[in-house]
Design a protein around this ligand. Structure first.
Ligand code: ZN
Ligand code: FE
Length: 255
């Protein structure tokens, strides 16, 4: 039985997620931007925050942690490599390690780039990956601490997951990402369709997260460094994928 996953809007544009294993009744919270909406979403369902999975150290992903732990006595999970600057961890994980939400097993993927020590959590039986500020809906996180090479390698790992995987990312940045995406991939009909859907969803106040990996592969310019249309548009026909990615990311920074 797959995890039941609930999206919880927090702060001005963050998302946290509840992941509930119906078989055992155990629930995880993925990232803790703000305690009140997360606790309200748990209470509304009669769920407990048995475990909190942290993706990276930025304040807008951990700020609500203390109040959630005070209420539920949650176990806190995060990257071993980031333990020195994360809140106290009960379980510290490296790439390839596994974590349980009840009967569901997740695998840790190192997705450094935005920060060094950013991790994603992949639950293959639920076809779900929690990516926070690495792969985002029609975007990717700004490369603050890592290198372009590191971020490209991280995105490539996520791109290699099964295409039917649902991508649970950390922010509602999709409309701004769409304005940028069409400047580097203007002739992509899948992108044009997606932008229309995004505009509709946002006009109705609906979230554009999560999204499907299949859709990201077809439309997200940060995953499409090998695409002939993008390469042609950027005048980078003979560049490596990593160079094309770095150019696209650099343009977004200046956009
Ligand atoms: Zn961040
Ligand atoms: Fe963030």
């Amino acid at each position: 039985m797959p995890l039941e996953i609930v999206t919880v809007p927090c702060l001005s544009d963050n998302y946290a997620f509840l992941a509930h294993d119906p078989q055992t009744g155990q629930t995880a919270v993925i990232d803790a931007p703000e305690a009140d909406p997360i606790i309200a979403a748990l209470d509304a369902r009669g769920w407990q925050a048995d475990i909190v999975l942290i993706t990276h150290h930025h304040w807008d992903h951990v700020e609500g942690l203390a109040d959630i732990c005070a209420r539920f006595g949650s176990q806190v999970v995060g990257a071993r490599s980031d333990a020195h600057r994360l809140p106290d961890l009960d379980i510290a994980l490296d790439e390839g390690d596994t974590v349980q939400i009840g009967a569901q097993t997740g695998t840790v993927i190192d997705v450094s780039g935005h920060t060094v020590g950013h991790i994603a959590y992949h639950f293959p039986e639920s076809a779900a990956v929690f990516t926070a500020d690495s792969l985002m809906a029609l975007g990717c996180g700004r490369v603050f601490e890592g290198t372009m090479e590191m971020m490209w390698s991280s995105l490539s790992k996520l791109a290699a997951l099964p295409a039917d995987t649902t991508v649970y990312s950390g922010h509602e940045y999709t409309e701004a990402n769409a304005r940028f995406a069409k400047t580097v991939d203007p002739d992509n009909p899948d992108l044009a369709r997606r932008i229309a859907d995004i505009t509709d969803a946002r006009a109705q106040g609906k979230a554009t997260v999560p999204s499907s990996l299949k859709l990201e592969l077809a439309t997200n310019p940060f995953l499409r460094a090998s695409d002939p249309g993008i390469r042609d548009h950027l005048g980078m026909k003979d560049a490596t994928d990593e160079e094309v990615f770095a150019e696209v990311r650099g343009r977004k920074d200046r956009f």
